[in-house]
Each structure stands twice: as C-alpha cells, then as structure tokens.
Design a protein around this ligand. Sequence first.
Ligand code: HEC
Length: 201
Amino acid sequence: MTKLTWAGFITLVGALAACGGKQQAGGGGGGSGEDMSPMDQMMSDSMAVSDDDGSTFGPLEIGADWQTYVKVNTSPVTSETHGGRLVDTYVNQLGARAYLDEEAEIPIGTVLVKTSTEPDGSPGPLFVMAKKSPGFAPDQGDWYYAIQWANPPAAWAKKLGGPIYWRTPSKRAAYCVECHENYDRFLGGVPAPQRLPSLPE
Ligand code: HEC
C-alpha cells in the first residue's frame, strides 16, 4: 500500500477536483453530484447502502466527552478531504502524546474526535475514530470509525433522510477506512503549521 503524505493527498484531491468534481462555492450544501467534494460524494453514496444496527441515529456511544480532550490544532484547519469543512481535532488524554509524535504507536483506547463547521457557519458532522483491541477489525487496523450529524442543514437532511450516526461495523461507515488506510497509523494528522507543538503541562 502506498503511503501518502498529507500534502500529497491534498494534491491528489486537488487534481480530482480539477477534473470534474469542482467544489461548490459556499456549499457542498446538498448540491448535485458534480458539485460535491469527494468526501461529500462518498457520504451521499453511503445512503444507497442498506441501513443496519450501526446506522440508527442516537447520542454518541464513543467520544461523547470530547470537550475534555486535548485540542491538537492551534487554529481551524480547512479539510479538503472532509468536504472542505473547517475542522478541529481533539484527542483523549490517553492518546494525545502518541498522536503528536509521528513515530509513536497509538495506544489502545485512544479516541479522536474531529468537529466540523459548514461553510455557512452551522455545525457540520462529528468524525470519530477509536483504537480498539487487536481482533476488533483487523482489516482496518482495529480502528472504529463514526460520523454523527445531529442537525444537518435542510438540503443535507433531505439527502440523508434526517440526522445520521453511522459507525463501525455499519457498511455506511466503510468509506472512512478506504481513505484512512492510505496514511501511516491510519491517521491523516494535523498539517504541521497548525499542529500543537507540545502538550499543555
Ligand atoms: C478522502 C479521504 C478521507 C475520508 C473519506 C475520510 N477521512 Fe478522515 N481524515 C483524512 C485526512 C487527510 C485527515 C487529516 C487532515 C484533516 O483533518 O482533514 C483526516 C482526519 C480525520 C480525523 C482526525 C484524526 C487524524 O489525524 O486522522 C478523524 C477522527 C477522521 N478523519 C475521521 C473520519 C471518519 C469517521 C470518516 C468517515 C466518515 C473519514 N474520516 C473519512 C482523510 C479522509
């Protein structure tokens, strides 16, 4: 498997965007397929996958305490891979040190929550990853993935059928790893200029 650097991936996504999937100005807000970022396209496509136990909406089962985590970016990051949304990444105490050290192994029990803001300023989806014990999901590095969107704007709510909460092992959450498996440790990481330099004492 080729490992992509973050910058390399952005270039790739940029190239994809250049040849067709142009970003909708001010949007992604439920535009037609042509106008969507690859991420939004994948999210939309997941609606065609049949629902299952891991796709019923409800409160966060993992990561609900994210407001107590360490924020690992110093300013909001524009995430082309997550639909051009502005994102902040939070890591629980257990995993924060390893997350910031690219050489370190991520400890079991690490939880990452990425909050996002839509281009119009409304709250976007929450993205969750959790490192589980060996055997949980060996084909995806034993990572759990979830996307929860409690209040999607009208155009998205129509497309998604209301609020969503898709999490491993739901097939609707399967597209996350298709991209994350391209990265070392399955982590996209915070771009260096915006990465927290060291943990707060
Ligand atoms: C097209 C590629 C792509 C897809 C699809 C994708 N991600 Fe990501 N993800 C990234 C990249 C690149 C980063 C790091 C930069 C950023 O935050 O955008 C990242 C960062 C994250 C982070 C912060 C931790 C880290 O450093 O990796 C979480 C949590 C996350 N993604 C969850 C998800 C979930 C859950 C899904 C599926 C619903 C998903 N991602 C789908 C590429 C992707």
